[in-house]
Design a protein around this ligand. Sequence first.
Ligand code: UDP
Ligand code: MG
Length: 316
Amino acid sequence: MTELSVVIPCYNEDEVIGRFHRAVLKELEDLGISFEICYVDDGSRDATRLHLREFARLDNRVRYLSFSRNFGKEAAILAGLRTCSGDAAILMDADLQHPPSLIPKMLELHRQGYDQVVAQRDRAGDGLLRTLVSKVYYRLMRRCIDVQLVDGQGDFRLLSRKAVQAVISLPESNRFSKGIFSWIGFDTVSFSYKNAERAAGRSKWGGRRLLNYGIDGLLSFNSRPLRLVIHLGTLLFLTALGYTGWIFVSTLMTGVRTPGYVTLIAVITGLSGVQLTTLGVIGEYVGRIYGESKHRPHYVVHEASDLQAPAVVPPP
Ligand code: UDP
Ligand code: MG
């Protein structure tokens, strides 16, 4: 029985993967427990897959899985958790931003009885803009969705077997891990560490990708935005009702007046804006329902170190 699995999603990481592998291996060997390293190559277009193939050939504690194209980090995390067999699994990035030196501490906390051990990063090394946007985003999210998200608590965490089972039992195709980890619950402990700069290569999260990720997070956990839209609609309706009443009374008292062109245009444009936004929000949910109803697998595996990997074609 493997005591610890380390699961690593990688996408175009050939510049760092070697360094990362040595660092993790050293850390795990020093622990003196049985372990496995599960890499998930998320359709890299560089030499990442060749490196993984080599690691697995040289060391039977290393397994890997390679997707047929880039399916995104969420899919890679799911695949890794499905394949791993350890009593506990640690999820980490390949770029050395998640220091392997924290592994012993995470394991130690897990042994004290926690099912989720979260390493929470500070925002050192992040751009000012990204820090600011994240702060605002998390504040907004706390108001909008039911699960608790904490700034800096990301995917770098240890999950017990029970927690892993819970995560992989959620079938949704629109996955938002941060929310899922919080949704499954369990005894969770977190400690903070100083964020490190990426060792080499480039971040795959440009502004646009982050924005989409943010919207996903907002919409994948509940229908509260729809509720907000209903409130807004009601408020506008009441305002319009009041305004109409006021015009009626004032016409009765002062006679017919033609001015009002500006008000008219303002009302038309304002309301059209609200209607379009509302339709957009509804459309997002409908799109999601459509996406989920197709029951497509989350990813397609192209190559794997061991063919008995349970994740080759997952059932719907
Ligand atoms: N990653 C992935 N698929 C993607 C994008 C990223 O598997 O489509 C991996 C990437 O290789 C890395 C981790 O997810 O191991 C975090 O990515 P990155 O460092 O680019 O994100 P950041 O640290 O900037 O948030
Ligand atoms: Mg990174």
